[in-house]
Design a protein around this ligand. Sequence first.
Ligand code: NAP
Ligand code: ZN
Ligand code: ZN
Length: 365
Amino acid sequence: MLIRTHAYAAIGPGSPLQPFELDRRRPGSHDVLIDILFCGVCHSDIHQARDEWGGAVFPMVPGHEIIGRVASIGDEVRRWTVGDTVGVGVFVDSCRECEACVAGEEQYCERGMSPTYNGYARDGTTPNHGGYSERIVVDESYVLSMPPGITLDAAAPLLCAGITTYSPIRHFGVRAGEQAAVVGLGGLGHMAVKFLEALGTQVTVLSHSPAKREDAIRLGADDFVVTSEADWLASCDGRFDFIIDTVSATHDYNSYLRALRRDGTMVLVGLPGPSPLEAGPLVNGRRRLAGSMIGGIRETQEMLDFCAEHQIASDIEVIPIQQINDAYERTLRSDVRYRFVIDIESLRGPDRRVAGPVADTAAAR
Ligand code: NAP
Ligand code: ZN
Ligand code: ZN
């Protein structure tokens, strides 16, 4: 027997998101049924709902920044009890046997992790559906514990934007006192600023939106440079030990590489289309270019605990799901301060099928 669940879905790559119903499986012996409270809106949701990476699975219920409450558990579940506040991130299963899985880096599973949506369960045929829905069923090993004291709606974006920026900052050993830069002040970028500030680095935001200067400083940045000004590199040439690039749109990597000092590292986490890259800026200065994808379950839990300890959460705009298409448009215009989070209660009332009013961008700020 399946569990009928209200959701919002993209029916095809060109279609706006619309009301949709899906069936969740009954929890198996190791499963947890979670009533979803909040779900963050990641730019990856937009890339995938529009099939910008190819191979998308439709109909698609996006959403991988999920916060909810455990509603029921399978008979062998030991880690969770009914009523626990939990999180679910970008993947809901993996092979559990390969080197990456054994190392706790399930996101790099050699057989492919099972994404929370836009992909399949381990059987390779059952499509997974994400957090723009009333509830989800997840194996207990892929569920995160939300530490007490954390604000639930503002914590939702930690499940993707948080871990995606925390993991490379840790992995590449960024240290207090170093010069760090964040390219793009969006959902990921503003989390990177908060983590780098908490670790005691000197943080500079490199942004193409001059209006974000005040916010950047309030979020913890020490400096703000407008990259749409022709001579921006003059103040940044050879300056940074570490750069994290979160930009979602095609852009020229070469000028950002020139902003690294000798032996500096730039990590790409943004996933735009093809963007220009030359050997020169890497060769000159022995600079390094790397990439990084989300983080494993263990590291995601570590990040959540770090956030609770340092009182870090996301800056959010809460919306009912009926405003999701406007939220996508505003995200594409770099006009979100700094993450939309859907209040999933809006899927439960009798008004759930009613399209919401157009978001008033001025009032929302
Ligand atoms: P977002 O909130 O839309 O932020 C992206 C930021 O990029 C914008 O706020 C803007 O910052 C900058 N930007 C946008 N268009 C630009 C342009 N034409 N030129 C220069 N800068 C531009 O998106 P997000 O949710 O943070 O996601 C960012 C990217 O990371 C997406 O591609 C997403 O798919 C990817 N992602 C990757 C992972 C991973 O595991 N690696 C995980 C999650 C997301 P300014 O206004 O400050 O310039
Ligand atoms: Zn994401
Ligand atoms: Zn694996």
